[in-house]
Design a protein. Structure first.
Length: 132
C-alpha cells in the first residue's frame, strides 16, 4: 500500500475519532440532540471512508458510500449485518435531524446510536489498522 493511501486512511480515522469526541462534548454540554446525532453519524461515516480507501473505492454521495460499504464488506461476509444496520439507522436519524423541520432527535435516539457508533468505530478501526 502506498504512502498516499495510508495518509488518507489515517486522516479518515482521525476525523472519526474527532467526530466521536465532538459528539460526547456536545452531549455533556447539553447541546442539541440533532448536533450530537450528526457527529455520531460522521464518526461512523469517516470509518467507512477509510475502509473503502483500503480497496481504492469512493463515491460522491453518502448513500453511494453506504451502498459500497454494504456491497464490499457486508454482502461478502467480512462483517456482520448488525453493524450495517447501525450505520443505516444513524444515517436515517442524521437525515431527520438535518433536513426535516417537524421531527426532533430524542434522547432515546442518542441512547440507541451512541453505543452502536462506538462499537462500529472500534471494530472497524481495528480491522483497518490490521489491514494497512
Amino acid at each position: 500500500m502506498n504512502n498516499e493511501k495510508i495518509t488518507l486512511i489515517s486522516y479518515r480515522l482521525s476525523q472519526s475519532k474527532e467526530s466521536m469526541k465532538e459528539a460526547e462534548t456536545l452531549l455533556v454540554g447539553g447541546m442539541s440532540f440533532r448536533s450530537v446525532m450528526n457527529r455520531l453519524y460522521y464518526s461512523m461515516f469517516y470509518v467507512v471512508l477509510a475502509l473503502l480507501s483500503l480497496k481504492g473505492l469512493s463515491s460522491s454521495k453518502h448513500f453511494g458510500i453506504i451502498s459500497l460499504f454494504d456491497k464490499e464488506f457486508i454482502k461478502t461476509g467480512i462483517f456482520e449485518k448488525e453493524l450495517s444496520k447501525a450505520l443505516h439507522r444513524a444515517f436515517e436519524l442524521r437525515q431527520i435531524g438535518d433536513y426535516l423541520e417537524q421531527k426532533d432527535i430524542t434522547q432515546e435516539d442518542i441512547d440507541e446510536i451512541k453505543p452502536a457508533a462506538q462499537n462500529f468505530v472500534d471494530k472497524y478501526e481495528k480491522y483497518i489498522v490490521k489491514n494497512i
